[in-house]
Design a binder for this molecule. Sequence first.
Ligand code: ADP
Ligand code: ZN
Length: 518
Amino acid sequence: MSVTTYQEQLYPTLKKYFGYDTFRAQQEEIITSVLQKKDCLVIMPTGGGKSICFQLPALLFEGLTLVISPLIALMKDQVDGLKANGIEADFFNSSQDNIQQQEILDKVVNKQIKLLYVAPESLSGLNDILKETYISCIAIDEAHCISSWGHDFRPSYQQLGFLKRSLPQTPIIALTATADKATRQDIIDQLNIPQAKQFLSSFDRKNITLEVRPAEDRVTQILKFVEKRSSESGIIYCLSRKGTENIAEKLQNKGIKATAYHAGLTFEQRAKVQEDFIFDKTQVVCATVAFGMGIDKSNVRYVIHYNMPKNIEGYYQEIGRAGRDGLDSYALLFHTYADVIQLRKFTQGAANEEIQNAKLDRMKEFAEATDCRRKILLGYFGEYLEKNCGNCDVCKNPPEFFEGTVLAQKLLSCIARLKNKEAAGTVIEVLRGAQNANIISKNYQHIKTFGIGNNISFRDWQHYLTQLINQGYCEIAFHKQNTLQLTEVAKKVLFENQKVLLTKPTALKEKRESIAKS
Ligand code: ADP
Ligand code: ZN
């Protein structure tokens, strides 16, 4: 079929197999590109309609479209869905025996299948049909999995570069819901598709309210938040298995249907959790990051991050599981330095430690921002938002600044007196004149800044410290036992009386209270 004939077929095919009259933004352009056998990289938010971008061309191409997907558990459902629409599709993975696999290969050779879903680790079983005569197109779903810089790296994806080498004429369409600029380039490099046309959809999910709170008493805060929404579905992401179990249990004690989900569960147990969640038998899933990929549930009303994700891509992907139905939804992130320190430990010694740390820094900046958070989030993906969003905590409660030079001087000079050798907790204890064993054993009660900040609570000092770190006057030395260190510019505050503006912690408290009431 020539390209012009293809063009005439687009709308009738869309109607016949998918039941729609019009394409969504960019779908038509993407499909046309694929039909012209051009490589493409499609970045479209979850629920945006990526599948049609390769499913529709698959129907028009003569041979098979291979769909590489990491989600073995979902392949059967996906294929059943296609079959129900009258589309010849199948899957090929380790759950099948030799006879079943051979039947599929025969069907491919006889051109009886239009779409074949395959896990990357099962590709070697397809050697006999990996020929241009059989394969018209290759779709790589969840393409970000190829990048170890991204948020969901799958080693099995890294071998996919061979596809372009063995089938140079076959167009590759790589799709994902989240990839920042670096990850996009990594996908293109690794798949050997330097000419790929990139299609970027807007990342803005206006219906999701963004909020970041300090992580003090986060369990209590979460219990309150969830209790107010006891009839709604939500996901709570934690870094550790223990965290998921702990919160699930506390919620259960409050009579809320909550379940933990993590890699320690068996395949069956995990499938059960997913199913119960989809059918509203479970209200809240407390999960590690593995949960949610590929889960099609439109009415998730909130996503809570008990711990900070390791980068903005992961954060965006996870909050994107809320509000797919377009209704108002909530993304709540808890932020503490303890998490940052923990995440730093994970990256230590990794081959791409520098990139991962840079990404973590951006995540941290987002969490500590005093500007519209959506602007920062979209900016990260290269999208510019002209106006503030009006639907994030910063927009709703703009921080009030006051002149905090003296406070800053007290804190910074205390760090100096402690010779950049102590972590935040000890610095604040010295400022507050704490008389505990740690302080006494080190003789810190005799240093000059001991107790000069005893009129300010520990929490408020933490609040000021975060801002001084953000403003670049001091930093946490992650490679030196997380000690607090002064930077060059601290001198300007200490010796040249440079003014420092800080936000009030009371504003934070009021904000929390007003949110708690809402
Ligand atoms: P993604 O893979 O990007 O998360 P899907 O491909 O699963 O999204 O599509 C999300 C939903 O949008 C599906 O229910 C799909 O049928 C629907 N959809 C896709 N394209 C269109 C369209 N052109 N018109 C109406 N609905 C569409
Ligand atoms: Zn905003």
